[in-house]
Design a protein around this ligand. Structure first.
Ligand SMILES: [Cu+2]
Ligand SMILES: [Zn+2]
Length: 175
């Protein structure tokens, strides 16, 4: 009987070991679709890919006004309000000041600015090891928050919003 238990534990260890290896080789991917807010005609998609401890966000938009737009991760995944305010403020699990990513203090949701061309098309790509997809670590896990695209630019100074104007597109970061 004792030998059987030891054999069972050994097999269990192998199974767990294999599962762990498989998971570490997996890339996690989320594809999200934005909805227009505040009467805008903005459409867009975002993908988050987690690989080797880093998450890459790639997002593409149409229907923007030409010029600079802020994009942030906000606290909640709820895009139900017509003006997008149901997503709350910026995702800030480390209780820092609003700012520019990598410079002084910044929120974990402070992605920054991107440019829309004269046709209203814009895209942004952003990679960080300060996020992950689904670890449950509240300071890193992007799941169940939301993404907002703003009408204007983030000035990286005004607290706690960056004074980026209205919310023209929204998506929840949900599986
Ligand atoms: Cu924002
Ligand atoms: Zn912020």
């Amino acid at each position: 009987m004792k030998k059987l238990i030891i054999t069972s534990l050994f097999i269990l260890a192998i199974v767990i070991g294999c599962k762990t290896n498989t998971n570490s080789n997996n890339t996690k991917k989320l594809t999200l679709k934005f909805e227009a807010k505040s009467g805008s005609n903005v459409a867009g998609t975002a993908t988050f890919v987690e690989k080797d401890g880093e998450v890459t966000l790639e997002a593409h938009f149409t229907g923007l006004t030409p010029g600079i737009h802020a994009i942030h991760i906000h606290e909640k995944s709820d895009c139900s309000a017509a003006d997008g305010t149901s997503t709350g403020g910026h995702w800030n699990p480390t209780f820092k000041n609003h700012g520019k990513w990598g410079v002084g203090q910044y929120h974990k949701g402070d992605i920054g600015n991107f440019i829309a061309d004269k046709n209203g098309n814009g895209s942004i790509k952003f990679t960080t090891d300060e996020w992950n997809i689904g670890s449950g670590d509240p300071t890193k896990d992007i799941l169940n928050h939301g993404i907002i695209v703003h009408q204007g630019a983030d000035d990286f100074t005004t607290q706690p919003t960056g004074n980026a104007g209205g919310r023209v597109a929204c998506t929840g970061i949900i599986k």
